[in-house]
Design a protein. Structure first.
Length: 609
């Protein structure tokens, strides 16, 4: 699968920011609200979304005529052959001789060659009467008298072919195969034996042999138009679309109300990229045969390809009603509901598909996506993990796809961390790092490397906030090194890596480095306010209060209702003892957060500004 367009997923949350800066002054401290206090919310992860079209499961085997439909074709073909045979002069066939005891007595009294001709005539007599077994016996007697009797050999071959096709119509293909092969020994050009053998080969999945036998029959008797459908279907299976198109188009002209012809021509149109025409064929097939599950399934597929996802769902559901064990249909239902953001129904459908194929990585990825979108991150993580395990076992797998699965796995673990942190549950950042390291090692892609840097930062930042610098420092150094590597690799990964790098640098008290990093980021993304706020923080921490005020003003002017930015600016003005400007900022905060404004009023009063 290919990646969709990379998009930055900024995790900055105003709720996080306001929640922190609205705390009492005892916890606010004397300095400015440091970026390290909100870097958990300010760091950036790049989420690689799923390319839906690329993940569409396709049937492992292309559709074929069902056994029932093949048997119906055999009956029609046999009938057509018998009809045309009545009006076609027989070649190398004996003259019919009415069987009687007197005739037999006459035949046995003749020289072998002459007697053989009479017995061949007896065979033709019984063949015309439909008494196949008796006809076979008479032809055998004729060949016993004269093994070189061409008419006897041809008649014997014809009788065997008739017997074989009768057996074939009774679903006894294995027995029929031997009889057809025997018939062709005596007459290699036997049309009925060839088309019968073609059906046997089709039943056995020997497509090339089936095509050759059908073609031989059609070449010998072009009037056998019933061959068009089964032969066209076989050419579709082999990917010879032009030949399939020619045959199935002819079949449709002759029998426009044949559901199978409409269906297979629909498959051909789909292969040609003519989705509207394909849809028309499948819909006609549905109408002609409301029990044809595949017609509903492929009709749904065409709706998806025509970007009518909502219209595809009834077709897919009908396909599962007719064929409850259709893995492909259940999977497509999951994909459709996921695209429509009906995550609960998507989960139900994928779960049905999983019950039918519990080792299919695409199903687990679909479940991972659905659970992630539904904010059920624990379940999402379990399914992404299984998707990665099963995909790793796929022969010739794509490293970017495997990397994406590891990356998404790490992302949802991190998302669950955000929830756990609010509940004072320790976050397992090590698992996040491990997943994202697998992604980076697999793809060596700058985005995956940058996300690994993000994970190192988040892990180190957690220890930093716990005031465990001995643990935090080496991890933050790994974050810094990884993010510097990402920046050096250039866009698009370098842009989000700059913001994460600045966060790590501030935690490491490398304020000069953070200022340089954020200055570069602002030059690239001049319209974003958070980097300006972060730059103001970095200047404040470095002691450059004038520049701190400048950048904090730019951030708060860009987002006038962002209380966090305004409080940061207010704190800098307090440090600069600029009571006049401070009052203006407090007045801007008051309608947004009266409690915070009151706290700032109190502080201003205490400091006599």
């Amino acid at each position: 699968m290919t990646f969709t367009n990379v998009s930055l997923r900024y995790a900055l949350s105003l709720g996080v920011l306001v929640g922190i800066v609205s705390a009492p002054f005892a916890s606010f401290g004397q300095g400015l609200l440091a970026i390290s206090s909100i870097t958990g919310g300010s760091s950036v992860f790049v989420f690689r979304n799923v390319a839906k079209v690329a993940r569409r499961v396709t049937a492992a085997v292309k559709p074929t005529l069902s056994k029932v439909k093949r048997l119906e074709t055999v009956v029609r073909l046999k009938k057509q052959y018998e009809t045309t045979a009545k009006t076609t002069p027989k070649v190398n066939r004996a003259k019919v001789v009415v069987y009687s005891q007197a005739a037999v007595k006459t035949a046995t009294g003749l020289p072998p060659e002459k007697g053989s001709q009479l017995f061949a005539g007896f065979g033709e007599y019984y063949l015309d009467r439909g008494e196949i077994e008796t006809a076979i016996e008479r032809f055998q007697e004729a060949m016993t008298l004269d093994p070189k009797n061409v008419e006897a050999r041809t008649g014997y071959s014809e009788a065997l072919a008739a017997k074989g096709n009768d057996l074939l119509a009774k679903d006894q293909a294995a027995v029929a195969k031997g009889i057809f092969l025997e018939a062709l020994k005596f007459d290699p050009n036997n049309v009925a034996a060839n088309f019968g053998l073609a059906e046997v080969y089709a039943d056995l999945g020997q497509t090339a042999e089936a095509i050759a036998a059908y073609e031989k029959s059609l070449a010998a008797d072009p009037k056998l138009t019933e061959i068009y459908l089964p032969l066209g279907a076989l050419y579709y299976q082999t990917g010879e679309i032009a030949k399939a198109d020619d045959l199935l188009t002819k079949a449709l002209v002759l029998s426009p109300n044949n559901a199978e012809t409409q269906f297979f021509l629909g498959l051909v149109r789909s292969a040609q990229g003519k989705y509207e025409e394909a849809l028309a064929g499948f819909q006609k097939a549905k109408t002609l045969d409301p029990t044809m599950a595949d017609a509903f399934y492929y009709s749904g597929q065409m709706q998806v390809r025509l970007k009518r996802t909502a219209d595809s769902i009834p077709d897919f559901l009908k396909a599962t009603e007719l064929k409850p064990q259709s893995f492909e249909a259940w999977f497509e239902i999951g994909e459709a509901y996921l695209e429509m953001k009906n995550f609960d129904e998507a989960i139900k459908a994928y779960t049905k598909a999983k019950a039918l194929q519990n080792n299919n990585w695409e199903v687990y990825e679909g479940l991972g996506e659905s659970f992630r979108e539904a904010s059920k991150y624990v379940d999402a993580q379990a399914n992404y993990n299984l998707a990665a395990i099963f995909y790793a076992g796929v022969k010739d797998n794509n490293k970017d796809t495997l990397a994406r699965l590891h990356s998404n796995n790490g992302f949802v673990i991190a998302q669950q961390c955000e929830i756990d942190i609010q509940k004072n549950i320790p976050c397992n950042w090590r698992s996040v790092v491990n997943s994202l390291k697998k992604a980076a090692d697999t793809s060596n892609d700058p985005i995956d490397i940058g996300n690994l840097g993000w994970a190192y930062f988040r892990q180190g930042h957690t220890a930093f906030e716990a005031k465990d610098m001995a643990t935090a420092a080496p991890i933050l150094e790994m974050a810094k090194a990884t993010l510097e590597k990402t920046v050096a690799l250039g866009p698009p990964a370098s842009e989000f890596a700059l913001q994460n790098l600045a966060s790590a640098q501030i935690d490491l008290a490398d304020y000069k480095g953070a200022i340089d990093t954020l200055t570069k980021l602002i030059a690239i993304r001049p319209n974003e306010s958070f980097p300006k706020y972060a730059l103001g923080v970095a200047y404040n921490k470095s002691g450059d209060l004038a520049n701190a005020e400048t950048w904090l003003r730019k951030a708060s002017d860009a987002e006038p209702n962002n209380v966090g930015y305004l409080v940061g600016l207010a704190d800098t003005l307090i440090t600069r003892k600029n009571g006049k400007e401070l009052q203006k900022i407090i007045d801007r905060i008051r309608p947004l957060d009266p409690a915070m404004a009151a706290n700032l009023d109190q502080r201003k009063k205490l400091l006599r500004l």
